[in-house]
Design a protein around this ligand. Structure first.
Ligand code: KG4
Ligand code: ZN
Length: 336
């Protein structure tokens, strides 16, 4: 196999859920970051794994080609291929990992299997000013909600996590109950901008330590809507923006409350958010305000690095490359 190069060019592939993405990184600088979002799931109200796998097969080649063209990098210049090994949908992960391994074998270069959640955190290393360690990261995605103590680039410990639904799920289920299409998070966020966050009061779960729970909130919304719709069948239509604003406010307040407690208890002064829900406008604003209040350094990734993307896989791959943490051809993807 080709020797490790000093100036590494890494091609990265992300295919864990419903976005097919490829990126090219040289040292730690992103040269290309392409995402093809699968819009076909919208009409089904959620991601259909079978369809996602097939769409990845269709998209992966053109997306990789586009990334290499944009980066102006030739295949024979690539030093290693990083790919998402898990967690995610098995069928989707298999498409990315097979593609990465096949290409690496043909080019005689190593593969680097990357953990999807570690990569969300690694999005912070794409910024100019690198964080000092340790820092505390609120990871909020469609499947996970965790408070992570990040001790080194790819070394992190779970301090708290959700006992049931993830924050992204809470947003998506809110959208579904309101008759909005999948993925509902961005839409709830948009509608909430024009609503009153104090219009309706929903329960904020109070978990021990630094854990979260969002399933009670979902049930509370369901009962609330059923009751209101009995009196007025057009209730949702009339109050859509206020409901979105009130739910967003409740979710964000809950996220911030536990995180702030953890950071204070641990005496951490550098904090960040990561994952799809970190694109949420109120969360970004509230997180910044919390950090300012305590004079903490806050790290909020650019929008394109919050939701699933391959640039984060590339930068995580970059640090694994430096440690010579290469994969094997018989490495299997993991769903959980
Ligand atoms: O990290 P991500 O792209 O995929 C996973 O790894 O799960 O996160 C997707 C989640 C979805 O639940 C989506 O609704 C949510 O992030 N999301 C948002 C926003 N943008 C994406 N939730 C609230 N507000 C947003 N602006
Ligand atoms: Zn993700």
């Amino acid at each position: 196999m080709t020797q490790k190069q000093d100036t590494a060019i890494i091609l990265a592939i992300e295919s864990s859920c419903d976005d097919t993405a490829a990126a090219v990184i040289k040292d730690s600088k992103i040269l290309a970051n392409i995402v093809a979002s699968q819009t076909l799931h919208g009409e089904y109200g959620g991601v259909i794994p079978e369809l996602a796998g097939r769409a990845h097969q269709q998209y992966i080649m053109p997306v990789v080609q586009q990334a290499l063209e944009k980066a102006q990098v030739k295949l024979n210049e690539v030093s290693a291929i990083a790919y998402t090994r898990g967690p995610g949908l098995m069928g989707s992960l298999l498409v990315g990992s097979h593609f990465a391994k096949g290409m690496a074998l043909a080019l005689d270069i190593p593969t680097i299997g990357v953990h999807h959640l570690e990569a969300h955190v690694a999005a912070h290393y794409l910024q100019e000013k690198l964080p000092g360690f340790p820092f505390l990261c609120l990871l909020v995605s469609g499947g996970h909600t965790q408070i992570l103590l990040v001790e080194d680039y790819l070394k992190m410990r779970i301090i708290g996590s959700t006992r049931d639904d993830a924050a992204g799920e809470a947003f998506d289920k809110t959208a579904k109950m309101l008759g909005l299409p999948y993925p509902g998070g961005p839409l709830v966020d948009k509608l909430a901008e024009e609503g009153n966050p104090k219009a309706f009061e929903f329960p904020k779960s109070k978990m021990e330590a630094y854990d979260y729970s969002f399933s009670g909130l979902k049930t509370a919304l369901l009962y609330f809507l059923n009751k209101q719709k009995k009196d007025d069948p057009d209730f949702v239509e009339k109050h859509l923006r206020d409901i979105c604003a009130s739910m967003r406010y409740t979710i964000v307040e809950t996220l911030i409350h536990q995180f702030e407690k953890a950071a204070l208890d641990l005496g951490i002064k550098t904090v960040g958010i990561a994952g799809g829900v970190s694109a949420n406008r109120l969360l970004r604003k509230s997180f910044e305000e919390m950090a300012q209040k305590h004079q903490w350094r806050s790290m909020i990734p650019a929008f394109e690095y919050c939701t699933d993307n391959a640039a984060m896989i590339a930068i995580a791959g970059h640090y694994k490359y430096l440690n010579s943490e290469f994969g094997r051809l018989d490495d299997l993807p993991f769903a959980r």
